[in-house]
Design a protein around this ligand. Structure first.
Ligand SMILES: [Zn+2]
Ligand SMILES: [Zn+2]
Ligand SMILES: [Zn+2]
Length: 351
């Protein structure tokens, strides 16, 4: 581990520089599921975010320059390395579990659990913070919020957002979301590595997440963990794809951190990672080929007609468009000014 002063920063880093291809592919697949767009529309107009935010405020400590300074400094350091200028809120929950999560549609929040902070070394904690910031960096937050609600409330959440559709019809959507959630973790482990710049730190943080029990933690042996991952590997099929098939049915996370540890150890040796370290990476605004650009529009609060984003008054009914909901013109999913691509249809957003 290099000292924190010598950690490299990546100005202008685009998520495309490091996003895992399986994450990119899972997003593309998710966007093909028919019910996604109505679900995103319902979710982005719902009150869950406000409720969650209230819950965080009341049951956790929000960190800042004058609150939990050492962890907060890690957080700002990680954000600087990944070039994430808009900081989410960061909270510590007193719940004693080895976990962390990112949540939020318009206002992002990262929550670290007390058990996590106690279980990890300083560098491992920096890696986990880098992972969570990776979700913000990769514009995962709308899907991430959806998976979070699914875990919390189960399939009923889809039922309540899309009443009358029926659980069976919603199942493909649920599976596609949960599949994406897995694949997204690979991207964010890469963000974690870009932050700590030591692949063993990320892998050991992951094996602690897998280990769970407090008593086993000091005895976790990274070599053994990676050995365990080898055992999943098949001569013909890639480890990840193969394991995923089983995971998809189980819908639970058990051996998954082990696979992630293996995956990040490999990426840590890749040319792609070395190139990024040397400053040779895709920068923001370098739009990937074949991505269609769609304008952002504003929805009139009076008549629901979509005007272009620069309009201040609705031409159809004369209502003011100040503070009107911004949507992707193609699929009408609500979008926020910080988003580069539409989570509903995958178009690149342009004002
Ligand atoms: Zn994650
Ligand atoms: Zn109008
Ligand atoms: Zn769209």
């Amino acid at each position: 581990m290099e000292s924190k002063e010598t950690l490299r920063e990546f100005p202008g880093l685009s998520p495309a520089a490091f996003q895992h291809p399986l994450d990119v592919q899972a997003v593309a697949n998710l966007q093909k599921v028919p019910l996604l767009t109505p679900l995103l529309k319902a979710l982005s107009g719902s009150v869950f975010e406000k409720q969650m935010w209230m819950m965080s405020i009341s049951s956790t400590v929000r960190l800042g320059p004058n609150q939990g300074r050492t962890i907060y400094e890690k957080f700002t350091k990680a954000a600087a390395i990944l070039d994430l200028p808009d900081l989410p809120d960061i909270y510590v929950s007193n719940q004693y579990t080895i976990n962390a999560y990112a949540f939020g549609l318009e206002r992002y929040q990262i929550t670290l659990f007390a058990g996590l902070i106690d279980a990890l070394t300083e560098e491992e904690l920096l890696a986990v913070i880098g992972h969570e910031l990776g979700h913000v960096k990769c514009q995962h937050m709308l899907y991430k919020t959806m998976t979070y609600l699914l875990r919390l409330f189960g399939l009923q959440i889809l039922d309540s957002l899309l009443p009358g559709i029926g659980s069976l019809a919603l199942l493909p959507l649920q599976l596609a979301i949960l599949h994406w959630e897995r694949m997204a973790e690979f991207s964010c482990d890469r963000a974690a590595l870009l932050v700590v710049q030591d692949r063993e730190v990320v892998a050991s943080a992951l094996s602690k997440l897998a280990g769970g029990s407090q008593r086993i933690l000091p005895e976790i042996n990274l070599e053994e963990v990676l050995q365990q991952a080898e055992e999943y590997e098949d001569a013909d099929v890639g480890l990840v794809e193969q394991l995923f098939k089983v995971q998809m049915l189980l819908l639970q996370t058990h051996p998954f951190p082990i696979v992630r540890a293996k995956e990040i150890m490999e990426w840590g040796e890749s040319e792609q990672y070395q190139d990024i370290l040397r400053g040779d990476y895709a920068r923001n605004g370098a739009s990937p080929k074949l991505v269609v650009t769609e304008p952002v529009g504003k929805v009139c609060p009076g008549c629901e007609r979509v005007s272009n984003a620069s309009a201040s008054v609705c031409l159809a009914c004369g209502s003011s468009l100040r503070g009107a909901r911004r949507v992707c013109v193609k699929c009408q999913v609500k979008v926020f000014s910080t988003w580069e691509t539409c989570p509903g249809c995958g178009s690149r957003l342009a004002d």
